[in-house]
Design a protein around this ligand. Structure first.
Ligand SMILES: Cc1cc2nc3c(=O)[nH]c(=O)nc-3n(C[C@H](O)[C@H](O)[C@H](O)COP(=O)(O)OP(=O)(O)OC[C@H]3O[C@@H](n4cnc5c(N)ncnc54)[C@H](O)[C@@H]3O)c2cc1C
Length: 381
């Protein structure tokens, strides 16, 4: 079999890339080891459409999140995918935290999140009477999206442009050939097959470092090696539905690997706390949620939501982040989007460390990949 491009991985990023390359006129084969799309990080997340507030200015995370916020809402509107601009409060509970809000405000504006503003305490009380704080920022463009519907729409769009979406097909290895790569895979019946392609996009999420390493790249020297960081969620009892209407985040503390115990709302109005941050000792995909973590969630949430009680919280889902290991742990790892010609692999594109805001950024990542792979234009909603 021959194809212009092979995409390894059918999460939201691989699907967006497949859609984008297929719309650009390329023949595309997408290999996904699970029986359908989005069975890993892409269906185990907060479904938040981020605005791009916290990430270091100039980073891919900041740039793609700001642009992706717009392009994702536009895609959803054009393709019948549910998304809601709920708005988000970031709340400070002490004078020290209030000072940090100023830093976050400045950084947000530097990143291009111009709608981010200080909210008055009256405004916060009016919007979220159960929240206690001494200061707040408001981000009107932060919202939520039906991640499954988004992925379905990407898969449909890719298939409409004749991409072959090969569910249940596991990528095994690839070797360079004079015209690209011979990519080996195993099909759902256990038979091995091959596809020849000029472009290979490694969108394998939690396995992306292994896929890159398999091509002979030194993943430690390149900062591609991943560490698995689990995030668990707890669900608030149904009696809480409608009692919180915006996303509510605490001020993130320096050194904390996540954004602190925050409140997210799903499209059905259900309310969750999380995700927390748990560095896993190995690469097992363990999605169980330990009820023993409840006390810590309650402690975190009660700082700004004093009426939360432990008995109202129930284990919900967990997801695992693909976090790059960098020599300096104080450096916040950015996405890697690398066409590897300089390392002897022309046409090979690695996507490494696509943790949050990867859902928000998927369409932008796909545009960047298409440009690196020599494709024309931008995605059209
Ligand atoms: C707890 C948590 C909360 C998050 N919250 C948000 C949020 O609110 N907003 C936001 O924007 N982002 C969020 N993210 C980040 C977002 O979920 C990810 O960035 C995004 O889903 C990454 O998509 P992906 O396609 O790269 O990876 P994945 O969805 O993990 O897809 C990778 C795919 O590759 C496949 N694969 C791997 N190896 C092979 C192989 N050998 N052969 C075939 N297929 C293979 C896997 O089966 C998988 O389906 C969150 C992530 C987590 C974990």
């Amino acid at each position: 079999m021959r194809s212009d491009a092979v995409v390894v991985g059918g999460g939201v990023v691989g699907l967006a890339v497949a859609m984008r390359l297929a719309r650009g006129g390329r023949s595309v084969v997408l290999l996904e080891r699970h029986p359908s799309f989005g069975r890993e990080a892409s269906s185990r997340n907060s479904e938040v459409v981020h605005a791009g507030i916290y990430y270091p200015t100039g980073s891919l995370k900041a740039t793609f999140s700001v642009a992706g916020n717009r392009s994702l809402y536009a895609w959803c509107a054009a393709n019948g995918v549910e998304a809601r601009r709920l708005g988000k409060f970031i709340v400070a509970v002490s004078a020290d935290e209030d000072a940090v809000l100023d830093d976050i405000h400045r950084r947000g504006h530097a990143n291009g999140v111009t709608a981010l503003r200080r909210a008055t305490l009256d405004e916060l009380r009016e919007a979220e009477p159960l929240v206690r704080a001494v200061g707040a920022l408001y981000s009107p463009d932060t919202g939520i999206v039906d991640s499954h519907g988004f992925m379905r729409s990407l898969a449909d769009a890719a298939a409409d442009d004749d991409a072959v979406l090969a569910w249940g097909h596991e990528y095994l290895a690839a070797e360079p050939t004079p015209r690209g790569y011979r990519v080996r895979f195993r099909d759902p019946a256990g038979a091995d097959g091959e596809v020849q392609a000029g472009v290979v996009v490694n969108a394998a999420g939690l396995a992306a470092d292994q896929v890159a390493g398999g091509m002979g790249l030194d993943i430690d020297a390149l900062g591609y090696r991943l560490r698995y960081v689990k995030g668990s969620y707890l669900r608030l009892a149904d009696s809480w539905r409608g009692r919180i209407r915006h996303l509510v985040y605490p001020v993130p503390h320096a050194g904390l690997a996540g954004l602190g115990t925050h409140v997210t709302i799903d499209l059905s109005g259900g309310i969750r706390l999380g995700p927390d941050v748990e560095f896993l000792p190995d690469r097992r995909l363990d999605y169980s949620v330990d009820p023993g973590r409840t006390e810590r969630f309650v402690e975190g949430a009660r700082r700004y939501l004093p009426s939360v009680a432990a008995e109202e919280l129930h284990p919900d889902l967990a997801g695992i982040r693909a976090r790059r290991i960098l020599p300096d742990p104080a450096v916040s790892p950015d996405f890697v989007i690398a066409e590897e010609s300089a390392r002897g692999l022309p046409g090979w594109v690695n996507l490494i460390g696509i943790e949050s805001p990867g859902l928000t950024s998927a369409l932008e990542i796909a545009d960047r990949v298409a440009a690196l792979a020599g494709g024309p234009g931008r995605h059209a909603a």
